[in-house]
Write a protein that binds this ligand. Structure first.
Ligand SMILES: [Fe+2]
Ligand SMILES: [Fe+2]
Length: 159
């Protein structure tokens, strides 16, 4: 982002980059969690759940990529060390169930992670509305996908 692009960001850049870095860490934790649960899930109807988990994992990795791109444009860098991802995140890592056939637990974990993501992105959207159009546009786009993710898994739970 050039000088003028940064100058029109009408809020604290430092604060904004901090929020984006936390969201970036959240996305990696979600990516790993969903990808991992897709590998281990077993039991009845596990193939459908695996497919949904892999679709979400792919979206979360895309979100991490988009946020990294924005952090860099804003003149900062995302964490270099994966060891820093959990402590940099908004919420602790949700441990997958030990019982790999516990599909209801997997669904609840995803629903919880998505609810957290929705909260995080709504907060950033509110903060940036009318102040940083580029960030606002990205976070509302991500937010709409998180809303979709939550819905997919909430519907699975109701079956
Ligand atoms: Fe995400
Ligand atoms: Fe998501």
């Amino acid at each position: 982002m050039g000088k003028q692009a940064r100058a029109i960001v009408d809020l604290s850049l430092k604060d904004l980059v901090k929020d984006l870095n936390k969201a970036y860490c959240d996305e990696w934790l979600a990516y790993y969690l969903y990808w991992y649960m897709a590998q281990i899930v077993s039991g009845r109807a596990y193939e459908d759940i695996r497919e949904f988990l892999l679709k979400l994992a792919k979206d979360e990795l895309e979100h991490a990529t988009e946020i990294a791109d924005l952090i860099i444009k804003l003149g900062d860098l995302p964490p270099a060390n994966p060891m820093d991802l959990e402590k940099g995140a908004n919420a602790p890592y949700l441990m997958p169930p030990k019982n790999t056939t516990d599909i209801n637990r997997i669904i609840r974990i995803v629903a919880e992670a998505e609810a957290g993501a929705i909260e995080v992105y709504s907060k950033i959207a509110k903060k940036t509305l009318g102040k940083d159009h580029v960030t606002y546009q990205l976070v509302t786009h991500i937010l709409s996908e998180e809303v979709e993710h939550e819905e997919i898994f909430e519907n699975l739970l109701e079956r």
